[in-house]
Design a protein around this ligand. Structure first.
Ligand SMILES: *Cc1c(COP(=O)(O)O)cnc(C)c1O
Length: 495
């Protein structure tokens, strides 16, 4: 399988090249030159396989430079870091299921791909004969940072530098990142929001001066955000795997269509679902769920993408995003792979803060979109607990709320999977408040109370984080982020 850029469909790259580079030189995103196909026999074969074997089988279709056995060994290492089944699908009502993607080391779905990416990155470099260090730059709205730090910590030949909005992540997300140990890691707060961090990092990737300066220190940049193909590809596997699970337990017939509802920010998770659909997975609807930062919901309903709007800090901070990077990959496909159009609309976005897209193409797609405000999100946490005995984190609750609205509006009875993206213990203060109506500001007290209230075990790794030392305290202005990268690269005091 070869890869092309969304802004130039002429040049072909291999999968290892796409993974090591992270983003194309023209600023576009790597996409597969075509979609491999799967059929009902493929699904049947998956039923017998372990989750790592399923991942390897799906990835092998996209990365033939890696053997199946090689991919399997990476997946086994990656998913051995999970507590039990990496991707359990739980039935909560007739024809309504929850896929829990947060049983990994950092308790959010980012682990599904970020435990795998370091293996793919190291192997890709080997295949390409690259021995310079890979400096992985990450912009995070809270969860990617920690998952990237855990994935890459002490991995030879790699370093990670995370930029996060100092006042835009939850308390627990901050503690998880700030206490991270590892020789090859740096965590830097910025004065700004996630979009500022993401823009700064994207600009660094195409900054020739920075590239040359880093090269002189024996380094090249890459990305662990979902703009990186190696981050996106493993996410396709859980859509296919959850479908196989529903077939295996007799909830659906092989070939029946299902819906997925996905709490969405940077559009990486749901895009992987779209790719699974393009491969032939029987999907009826992909439902985009936004929080109060409802730029995507408006876009899908009106065809106009506009970031000229207020930015809200919500209880679902990993979705507090206005510029959804991976939307570009979807629009590339919906427009019939029109690289010139991508250049044009993303230039419009940069210059005017908005662009329009053919609404008929959006309406003709399998996407639906809705959003939930803060009160609706809390109500969803309360109601799903009350009615279905599940405790949702605020991101998952946004999806739950949007699904409720959707099913009332449409009376669609298609079996549906709500994609659950974080453990409620990553956001104990807000979840507890939604359940009890009382706000306990102390995160650790809130965790204990939430344990009593929900009957769900609090993970020790999160509870005992208060005994860990805060290692990373640096905060910079967004315009100094690039200098921080150089300082990190030139710092000879690290081990
Ligand atoms: C990152 C994240 C999301 C949003 O996923 P995207 O791929 O950015 O759309 C939703 N929920 C949680 C908990 C996350 O960490």
């Amino acid at each position: 399988m070869k890869y092309i850029s969304t802004r130039n469909a002429e040049v072909l790259y291999s999968a290892p090249e796409a993974i090591v580079k992270g983003i194309a030189d023209d600023g576009g995103l790597f996409v597969p030159s075509s979609f491999p196909t799967i059929d009902s026999k493929f699904i049947e074969e998956l039923e017998e396989l372990s989750y790592p074997e399923r991942v390897a089988k799906v990835l092998h279709l996209y990365m033939d430079e890696f053997s199946y056995d090689e991919l399997c060994s990476y997946a086994e290492k990656a998913y051995s870091r999970f507590d039990g089944d990496p991707c359990p699908v739980v039935k909560i009502e007739d024809a309504l299921f929850v896929m829990e993607l947060w049983h990994g080391p950092t308790f959010a779905f980012k682990d599904m791909a970020l435990t795998m990416l370091p293996h793919l990155m190291v192997a890709s470099k080997k295949k390409l004969g690259i021995d310079e260090k890979t400096l992985v730059l990450v912009a995070t709205s809270g969860d990617t940072g920690k998952a990237a730090l855990e994935g890459f910590k002490n991995v030879d030949g790699t370093e990670v530098m995370v930029f996060f909005p100092r006042h835009g992540v939850s308390n627990m997300q901050f503690l998880q990142m700030a206490t991270q140990e590892g020789q090859n890691l740096s965590v830097v707060g910025i004065n700004g929001n996630f979009d500022d961090a993401q823009r700064a990092v994207k600009e660094m990737f195409v900054n020739e001066g920075l590239k040359a300066n880093l090269k002189a220190t024996g380094r090249a940049m890459s990305s662990a955000n979902s703009i990186n193909w190696g981050r996106l590809a493993p996410q396709i596997a859980y859509y296919v795997s959850s479908y196989a699970d529903l077939v295996a337990c007799g909830e659906i017939e092989n070939g029946d269509k299902i819906n997925f509802v996905v709490p969405t920010g940077n559009f990486g998770n749901i895009l992987a679902g779209y790719y699974a659909y393009r491969m032939g997975l029987p999907v009826s609807k992909l439902i985009v769920a936004s929080n109060a930062n409802n730029v995507l919901a408006d876009f899908f309903n009106e065809g106009k993408y506009s970031i000229n709007r207020s930015f809200y800090k919500t209880a679902s901070p990993s979705m507090d995003i206005l510029v959804s990077s991976n939307l570009e990959r979807l629009l590339f496909e919906l427009s019939g792979r029109d690289a010139d159009l991508m250049k044009k609309i993303y230039a419009d976005l940069k210059e005017k803060g908005e662009f329009t897209f053919d609404i008929d193409l959006l309406n003709g797609s399998i996407f639906e979109a809705g959003w939930a405000d803060e009160a609706e999100t809390k109500e969803a946490i309360y109601n799903y607990f009350d009615l279905d005995d599940v405790t949702f984190d605020p991101h998952t609750a946004v999806a739950g709320s949007v699904y409720n609205d959707y099913s009332i509006d449409t009376e669609d009875e298609t079996p549906t999977i709500i994609v659950s993206t974080a453990s409620p213990y990553k956001f104990p203060v807000d979840v507890l408040e939604a359940l009890t109506g009382k706000r306990e500001k102390d995160v650790f007290k809130a965790m204990l109370k939430l344990q009593n209230e929900s009957g769900m075990d609090c993970p020790g790794e999160l509870y005992y984080i208060n005994e860990k030392k805060i290692i990373h305290k640096k905060v910079v202005k967004i315009e100094d982020a690039m200098q921080a990268v150089l300082d990190f690269a030139l710092d000879t005091t690290r081990g």
